[in-house]
Design a protein. Structure first.
Length: 240
């Protein structure tokens, strides 16, 4: 973590949706945030997983940001012998063309939309909201952001892929096409091979999205260089 960073205030919140509570861990980098970043964790993790990155990512001169780290609900995951864990959707196959459970993906899209709506109610417009996700969380960030009628400030897709690519091509909105995307992947990723991530990035470009591709010498993880590149990309959006 970066020493001498801004003081952060953490809190826990929950929202009611579909008779379930989607709990969140929140960090505010200052009073009266004008920007929200909703960060979705990977399979089997929880909302606390990426909270330690905030001091490394945030720069002192940035406006106050509210980071929202939701906890995915627990569900049975087929490729893990039906073991229940926090997951944004079931994974039924190792074949990436059939990997994502569409019902689960669409349920998670609705849950993320509820979080976005909550931020709107708290005074943050969609144009000041970023979606960030790692692995399975990145898949949901892409699936949600590209289908929105009100465009977001940006989408960050880390070590992930585009789920339901065929339906995305038909369901993407004008606002979705105009939402910038930061794609990053590890060259030695054994979970989601870099070729899969790169193919998803190419698909985004083909359907009209402005997507920036970054590759790093790492496995299924996040590295310091990636965080720095993400900070540079965010700064261009936060401080035009």
């Amino acid at each position: 973590m970066v020493a001498g960073g801004p003081p952060f205030r953490a809190k826990n919140r929950s929202i009611q949706l579909l008779n379930t509570l989607l709990e969140t861990h929140e960090i505010e980098t200052g009073a009266n945030p004008s920007i929200s970043i909703i960060w979705l964790h990977g399979l089997g993790a929880d909302g606390f997983d990426f909270a330690p990155i905030v001091p490394e990512l945030v720069r002192k001169h940035w406006p106050a940001i509210r980071f929202i780290f939701p906890h995915a609900p627990a569900r049975a995951v087929t490729i893990n012998n039906g073991f229940r864990m926090r997951a944004w959707y079931d994974i039924k196959s190792f074949d990436f063309n059939q990997r994502a459970d569409e019902t689960g993906v669409r349920e998670s899209i609705a849950q993320v939309e509820a979080l976005i709506a909550r931020e709107n109610e708290r005074g943050i417009p969609a144009s000041h909201i970023f979606l960030v996700g790692f692995s399975q969380g990145g898949a949901i960030a892409l699936a949600t952001g590209l289908r929105r009628e009100a465009g977001l400030a940006g989408i960050v897709a880390l070590s992930t892929y585009l789920p339901m690519a065929d339906s995305t091509a038909t369901e993407i909105t004008t606002a979705g096409k105009n939402t910038p995307v930061f794609c990053a992947h590890g060259s030695g990723d054994p979970v989601i091979p870099i070729a899969i991530g790169n193919a998803s990035h190419s698909t985004l470009v083909k359907i009209g999205v402005t997507s920036k591709w970054h590759a790093y010498p790492m496995q299924h993880a996040v590295c310091a260089e990636e965080i720095a590149d993400m900070a540079n990309w965010l700064e261009q959006k936060l401080i035009p």
